[in-house]
Design a protein around this ligand. Structure first.
Ligand code: NAG
Length: 255
């Protein structure tokens, strides 16, 4: 597929400004948010069917993972607009060498960050990252190889991991809760509604999904709709599509 001259100029300008690869076709005219228009067919500028993008996080305490004052990354999932989801959409791109791919792209700093903040509860980060990419990342239609000009293999993998980390850095759950007086504690319980209120306020007024294990808070999912592609597009906070499994009073225990 060929690009128009203005699209090519746009690409050149973007890469000059950001210094990063800008080979995803630009979606500068896209103001239509995923899941908010039924008239749009899937394209490189419209996330579909996975139009609800979820930045998901863990609070692991048994065993503990990651820094004691931070939640950790679970992933970025393209759920369908009704909360169901596709998985493992392209086995041919289900890479198991994520670290090597990131290093080959000069993404050393990203990999270091992931080793601290995107950690597997069993200590097998490489397997966890491969799982998240193969199961969820390959289902994001707007980063399909066909959406790139001058595609070089695995380029979308590096962009996916960078995007997940960038979103996570803007979603500091530990701080959002601490600012509301909710800190990990061995003895007290917290009202789930207080936790939801604090994180809804933090997430631009959109409710989040809270997950528990044995009555202990251990997951949060932030839902977004996106205008444009999943890398350069605009992310808009939207309400959770899935019900919490937490009791009305939960424990939030220290790592
Ligand atoms: C990662 O694995 C894929 C599939 O086996 C391979 O094509 C690619 O060259 C590998 N990349 C690196 C940087 O090792």
């Amino acid at each position: 597929m060929s690009l128009s001259r203005s699209a090519l100029l746009g690409l050149a300008t973007t890469s000059l400004m950001t210094g990063v690869s800008a080979q995803l076709k630009t979606c500068s005219n896209s103001n239509v948010f995923s899941c908010q228009s039924s008239s749009h067919v899937p394209s490189c500028c419209f996330n579909y069917p996975g139009g609800a993008l979820l930045q998901t996080q863990f609070w692991d305490t048994n065993p503990s993972t990651g820094p004691s004052d931070s939640w950790t990354i679970h992933g970025l999932w393209p759920d369908n607009c009704d909360g169901s989801y596709q998985s493992s959409c392209d086995p041919s791109r289900a890479y198991t060498n994520i670290s090597d791919i990131l290093l080959s792209q000069g993404r050393d700093d990203l990999l270091s960050y992931m080793q601290n903040y995107w950690v597997d509860i069993n200590g097998d980060n490489e397997n966890f990252w491969a799982h998240e990419w193969g199961r969820h990342g390959t289902c994001i239609n707007t980063i399909d190889p066909s959406c790139y000009s001058n595609y070089s293999p695995q380029e979308e993998v590096g962009e996916f991991f960078q995007k997940v980390v960038d979103l996570f850095k803007g979603l500091d759950t530990y701080k959002a809760l601490a600012d509301a007086g909710i800190t990990p504690d061995d003895s007290q319980t917290y009202a789930l509604s207080d936790i939801q209120a604090a994180l809804t306020s933090f997430h631009g007024g959109a409710s989040v999904h809270l997950g528990c294990s044995s009555g202990k808070l251990n997951q949060v999912w932030y839902f977004f709709n996106v205008a444009g592609n999943a890398i350069d597009g605009k992310y808009e906070a939207v309400d959770t599509l899935t019900k919490s499994n937490c009791p009305s009073n939960v424990r939030y225990v220290p790592k």
